[in-house]
Design a protein around this ligand. Structure first.
Ligand SMILES: Cc1cc2nc3c(=O)[nH]c(=O)nc-3n(C[C@H](O)[C@H](O)[C@H](O)COP(=O)(O)O)c2cc1C
Length: 417
């Protein structure tokens, strides 16, 4: 598919363009879920099955999309989530994405496993960003990463808890994107047949995991990949949050929570925010969608921390559904990576513009005027997506969408009327 940037209408357009501009192994890397990809599909399926209530008796001429996430003002409540090897989609992709996020007045989170290092990005952007940490077996190295993030001025740390070991993505295995990575005939052909991508990569600041630079010579890609894999630490637990908390005085977001019990523990150990996530269907297959996981987590958190959500968001309408369920902010992964692959920084800006405009339109058509107060009854949840008592504490409007304030706690039967 070929379309000039100004005619791109949707995230799916960006996806189709990215698929023509990025070599297939990296397209597969981005798109794949783990194992049979059931959770990957379930995320989308659950979002698609939520229905909006169209209510039309409201003046929606004034709408507010501005909000805050961990105390930072954002133009609308979204952040670009951590994406490992983001720079393989487009040369220097981490810098381009961070700039695009800042241009749209939202935040960008750099992955521990990005191609560019914390310092590479910090040198090229004007504002602080967020850093995502995978705890490493070598805790000295984790400590170093936290310190480097602090020195670079990062304002929030995202601790990812759902990767004790990596979920298998079959396409990556077939494509030789395992450990060690293999240059298969298919990979070589894919690269040769994308000369613009390949030429761009010649200008990349790095070609391997920048945050680990210095531990293994950059030219030894296989050794580097082995090191990154070996450093995954299956031993971390709740006490590891204390360990991080002791060294990181800033905002701490715990990512990868699906269970209410885990959310409670994260808060008891000092989390400022919870990110309800199944890693975009890339970790535990057959785990629930985040549409199903979010309401019970919100009940458990009970207002003690911010609750964000990701996994499956491809439009501003999806964002409004999650906000109606009670999240205060959303993260996106693939939605912005498609923009990056299609048009670089301008593509990420476009992805954010699409998400914002769609959120705004969806708000207007559901009678919502303030993104910070999206009433719960804006969406109708099919009963099979809702366990017993789920959504009990969700606010519901009593007569006008515009007040947004909960008037009383509804019973579950009322929520779906
Ligand atoms: C290609 C790719 C790489 C990712 N790498 C990381 C990572 O390094 N650290 C992390 O915490 N999450 C990582 N994630 C998960 C995302 O942060 C996010 O949870 C997920 O993409 C959300 O689902 P979505 O892609 O459907 O929006 C990655 C996701 C993708 C698609």
């Amino acid at each position: 598919m070929s379309l000039p940037l100004e005619r791109v209408a949707s995230i799916d357009d960006l996806r189709r363009i990215a698929r023509t501009r990025v070599p297939q192994p990296f397209v597969d890397y981005v798109e794949s879920g783990s194992f049979a990809q059931l959770t990957l599909a379930r995320n989308r399926n659950a979002l698609d099955r939520l229905e909006f209530r169209q209510t039309v008796m409201n003046d929606v001429s004034q709408r507010n999309l501005g909000s805050t996430m961990v105390g930072e003002r954002v133009a609308f409540p979204v952040a670009l989530g951590p994406v490992g090897m983001c720079g393989a989609v487009r040369a220097n992709g981490e810098i381009l994405s961070c700039r695009a996020a800042h241009c749209a007045n939202v935040q960008f989170a750099l992955s521990t496993n990005a191609l560019l290092s914390i310092e590479d990005v910090a040198e090229e952007v004007k504002r602080p960003f967020w850093f995502q940490l995978y705890l490493t077996r070598d805790r000295g190295f984790s400590r170093e990463l936290i310190e480097r993030a602090r020195r670079a001025g990062c304002t929030a740390l995202i601790l990812t808890m759902d990767l004790h070991v990596e979920g298998t993505r079959y396409a990556d295995v077939r494509n030789g994107l395992g450990v060690p990575p293999e240059l298969t005939a298919f990979n070589a052909w894919s690269i040769i047949s994308h000369p613009r991508w390949a030429l761009g990569m010649l200008g990349s600041k790095r070609w391997s995991f920048g945050n680990y630079a210095g531990r293994v010579p950059a030219s030894k890609l296989k050794e580097m990949a082995r090191l990154v894999k070996e450093q995954l630490d299956p031993s971390f637990d709740a006490s590891s949050i204390d360990w991080v908390r002791n060294q990181w005085p800033g905002k701490l977001i715990i990512k990868g929570i699906l269970e209410p019990g885990d959310a409670r523990i994260a808060i008891e150990h000092g989390a400022d925010a919870i990110l309800v996530s199944n890693h975009g269907g890339r970790q535990l297959d057959s785990a629930p969608s985040t549409v199903e996981a979010l309401p019970p987590v919100l009940d458990a958190v009970d207002g003690r921390a911010e609750v964000f959500v990701d996994s499956g968001i491809r439009s501003g309408l999806d964002m409004l559904k999650f906000l109606a369920l009670g999240a205060t902010g959303c993260f996106v992964g693939r939605a912005y990576v498609y923009g990056l692959g299609a048009f670089g920084e301008a593509g990420v800006r476009k992805a954010l513009e699409i998400l914002r405009d769609e959120l705004d339109t969806a708000m207007a058509l559901t009678g919502v005027t303030d993104v910070r107060h999206v009433p719960r009854d804006v969406v109708r949840i099919p009963p099979d997506l809702m366990g017993p008592n789920r959504g009990r504490r969700m606010p519901v409007r009593s007569h006008s969408h515009q007040t947004g304030a909960p008037k009383r706690k509804p019973q579950i039967e009322e929520l779906n009327q």
